[in-house]
Design a protein around this ligand. Structure first.
Ligand SMILES: *Cc1c(COP(=O)(O)O)cnc(C)c1O
Length: 371
């Protein structure tokens, strides 16, 4: 066993084409935001979000932050978000001066529970911001209905869900804006980066101004803004990755189907009818486990079987020191249960058949042994 190599939990794939693209930009002598970014925005729009206008920024978090600001969210507003997600979701809301309001999740898909969202609506609600967690779309029909009833906006955190579909439409084509992260461990990368898909030209222009000190014409600053621009170096990487992400997603889905068929004694991730799951993470549940019991399984998988696995996310956002002041007065029972039970197994496109067999044997052995 000690000679086994660790199967990594995630593995960014950077090939010769990406290296050549970076070299091409470096040789051009123009490395800041320019023609590569413009081309990347257009190609991402056409391939990923049905032609919605896309604006590139320097991270997914920046994309959320600027999208919220461009949509007019600020002090006094409430934005309903899941607590079972990466902290960037609620952080971006809090940074605008608005209040993140945490709702509970559905037990099957780990995404925002529409009933919990409906109960969280107040006169101050400005928007609902679902996360398509692990690459599985949130229940957009139900959330849209609630948003329409309340007269509030939808913003999508699609950081983990490049190419996922809901009822035949791509994620990123529902909200006022949608953010895709291009961080190295996401389904595609630009090194660091984010892409914002916009419902209309007003939002797109607002984000373009905010990412560039409020300028459209140089030195004619119209609004107060930031420097959240993407560089042409990063865009060149992203453009190459965009040509590969479809095949990688198909491989993730194949790996997931194999794991579905070969794992025993755990709850495998369901796919809602009408949805495609792009398996940013392949997340199982140890039903009824405490966090400590789950952690024992994770340690055995890593140390005895050399299976790199992760827990996303062990601490709900509303229990973090940074966000605790926004904790709701009531419990979020499904959020608490998921945080104790989940384990994400490797599903990335570089896995071999031998890797998959090692992962299944490891899980079935460790869980079967009642660890
Ligand atoms: C990765 C991620 C983000 C932030 O994206 P960055 O590119 O890392 O800034 C936001 N929300 C979710 C759900 C994420 O997974």
């Amino acid at each position: 066993m000690s000679e086994l190599a660790m199967i990594p939990a995630a593995k960014p794939i950077i090939g010769d084409e990406e290296r050549e693209a970076v070299d091409r930009v470096m040789r051009s002598g123009m490395v800041a935001q320019g023609p590569e970014v413009a081309a990347f925005e257009q190609e991402f729009a056409d391939q990923m979000v049905g032609g919605r206008t896309c604006v590139a920024v320097n991270s997914g978090t920046s994309g959320l932050h600027l999208g919220l600001l461009a949509a007019g969210v600020g002090p006094g507003d409430e934005v309903i978000v899941p607590s079972f997600t990466f902290a960037a979701t609620a952080n971006s809301v809090a940074l605008t001066g608005a209040t993140p309001v945490f709702a509970d999740i559905e037990p099957d898909t780990f995404n925002l529970d529409p009933e919990s969202v409906r109960a969280a609506i107040t006169d101050n609600t400005a928007a609902i911001m679902p996360v398509h967690l692990y690459g599985h779309p949130a229940d957009m029909t139900a959330l849209q209905e609630i948003a329409d009833d309340a007269g509030v906006q939808i913003f999508e955190d699609a950081a983990q869900a490049h190419g996922a579909q809901y009822a035949g439409a791509p994620v990123g084509s529902f909200g006022t804006f949608a953010m895709f992260s291009l961080y190295p461990t996401k389904n595609m990368t630009s090194g660091e980066g984010g892409m914002v898909a916009c419902e209309d030209e007003d939002i797109a222009r607002g984000i373009r101004l905010l990412r560039n000190q409020g300028m459209e014409q140089q030195y004619a600053n119209e609004i107060v803004g930031l420097n959240n621009r993407m560089t042409d170096i990063h865009a060149a990487i992203g453009r190459v990755q965009l040509t590969k992400v479809g095949a990688w997603t198909a491989q993730r889905q194949e790996n997931a189907a194999w794991l579905d068929a070969n794992l025993a004694g755990v709850v495998v991730p369901p796919v809602r009818e009408g949805c495609t799951h792009v398996y940013h993470q392949y997340t199982i549940r140890l039903a009824g486990a405490s966090g400590a019991e789950r952690d024992t399984v994770v340690t055995a998988l890593r140390e005895e079987h050399k299976v790199g696995c992760g827990v996303y996310y062990p601490i709900p956002n509303h229990e973090l020191v940074s966000l605790h002041r926004f904790a709701p007065a009531h419990e979020l029972p499904e959020t608490a249960r998921a945080a104790a039970e989940v384990i994400s197994l490797p599903v990335h496109p570089s896995l071999s058949q031998e890797d998959l067999e090692r992962i299944a044997t490891a899980v079935n052995t460790v869980v079967g042994a009642g660890a």
